[in-house]
Design a protein around this ligand. Structure first.
Ligand SMILES: [Zn+2]
Length: 232
């Protein structure tokens, strides 16, 4: 689904059950941002086919969690393209491992316990990604055009990055989640819960029209502004 475009870029949301991946088209270059958990692999592949994507210039990971990095190795193999991420946890990505969020929320605790307790649920591991390149190199090569910026936002994980396109659209990973039926923007899992409020203020300061996150429905600046106002 096309969710934002201007004269230089087109941004598509690719919904794979509860996981959002994004496809950024910049000239001839197709960039896939995030890849979902391993079990949505077939769906991701079908959705890419439906968008007539035959080639990918790169895969970008917003952070190292398995529900974002889960199919990166597979997609990189299938399309013969490199994977880019923050260098912070690149070694974890190369090993195909992540740590569950250190959040004190009940839901994070339950998933952590399930992950350790049952062999068939693997939240903390995924196919190892042989080569992980620094996201700054992708920018330096000009593959994203000159309207793209990478900004760190580390409430969720220390390696979390956002892609800001032409100061208008931001792809923000798990900086927040938003499910309209629940009516609020939230971030239930975070390694640094104390940084959440400031990170949302920062997001709003970027002044983008749309914020595209990993779970739920992308939000407008208006919705985010309402949340930030409530923070005081
Ligand atoms: Zn995450």
């Amino acid at each position: 689904m096309l969710i934002w475009q201007n004269e230089r870029y087109r941004l598509f949301q690719i919904k794979c059950w509860g996981y959002n991946c994004y496809l950024l088209k910049c000239g001839e270059n197709n960039i896939l941002i995030d890849t979902g958990l391993k079990w949505v692999r077939g769906m991701l592949r079908r959705r890419l086919r439906r968008l007539n994507i035959d080639t990918l210039a790169a895969v970008v990971l917003t952070h190292y969690h398995s529900d974002h990095a889960g199919n990166a190795a597979y997609i990189a193999r299938e399309f013969g393209c490199p994977v880019y991420a923050s260098p912070e946890f690149a070694d974890w990505l190369r090993r195909g491992e992540c740590q569950m969020p250190r959040s004190n929320s009940v839901s994070a605790w339950i998933v952590n316990r399930l992950s350790r307790g049952f062999g068939f649920i693997h939240w903390d591991c995924f196919d190892p990604i042989e080569d992980v390149w620094n996201i700054e190199e992708l920018l330096a090569m000009g593959m994203l055009g000159d309207g793209a910026e990478v900004r760190a936002l580390t409430a969720h994980t220390d390696d979390s990055i956002c892609l800001v396109i032409d100061k208008s659209a931001a792809i923000v990973g798990d900086a927040f989640v938003y499910y309209p039926p629940l009516g609020n923007v939230m971030l239930p899992w975070a390694d640094h819960p104390e940084r959440i409020a400031d990170s949302w203020r920062e997001l709003l300061n970027w002044g983008c029209g749309v914020y595209c996150q990993g779970h739920g429905t992308p939000v407008s600046q208006k919705v985010l502004a309402k949340v930030v106002r409530k923070l005081g």
